[in-house]
Structures are given as structure tokens and as C-alpha cells.
Write a protein of this length. Structure first.
Length: 104
């Protein structure tokens, strides 16, 4: 199945503690249907001191979000659903709200 949201896409959060915030997709986890958005869904991890990090302590990091809780931002800056269309011999992603091709 083709990916509707890919790494580097600009997305808006639809549900959860960060509802309404936008960011870029950093990593996609297709098997778990989750993705990581930069600066969104920050959690704190208590880490032990290691050789690589001798200080240890409390670190902030991004936790994955479920794909259903985000939507791609279209050219107007609003959330939109994603569809597919065949242009010539290429299958491209299309914003449902505007009909524009999503580059990426």
C-alpha cells in the first residue's frame, strides 16, 4: 500500500495534547502505523549515565503519534486528506481539498 504521509511532509496534529500544532515528519514507522513529528509530542526519559552520555539525567525526546491523529497541510495551510491519481505513468499524491499534487 502506498504511503499517504512520508518523511519531510508538513503535518498538523488533529487530536491529543498537541492538537493544532504543525511540524515536519522526522521518521515514519509503517508497521506500527505511527510517525514522529519534530518538536511535537515531547516526553521526558530518565536515562542512566553511560559511556556515551556520562551525565545521564532527564532527556526530552519526541514520541511517535498514530497516523490517524495527523493530517497533511495543503498549500492554504489547512489540514487535508490525501488521495492518489495517475499522471502519465506516475502515481502521485493529491490533496483532497484543493486537488493539487503533493510534492515529495
Amino acid at each position: 500500500m502506498a504511503a499517504k504521509i512520508k518523511k519531510g511532509d508538513r503535518v498538523v496534529v488533529l487530536a491529543g495534547k498537541d492538537k493544532g500544532k504543525t511540524g515536519n515528519v522526522v521518521r515514519v514507522l509503517p508497521k506500527e502505523s505511527r510517525l514522529v513529528v519534530g518538536g511535537i509530542n515531547m516526553v521526558q526519559r530518565h536515562t542512566k549515565p553511560t559511556q556515551g552520555d556520562p551525565q545521564g539525567g532527564i532527556k526530552n525526546k519526541e514520541a511517535p503519534l498514530h497516523v490517524s491523529n495527523v493530517a497533511i497541510v495543503d498549500s492554504n495551510g489547512k489540514p487535508t486528506r490525501v488521495g492518489f491519481r495517475v499522471d502519465g505513468d506516475k502515481k502521485v499524491r493529491v490533496a483532497k481539498s484543493t486537488g493539487e499534487v503533493i510534492n515529495g
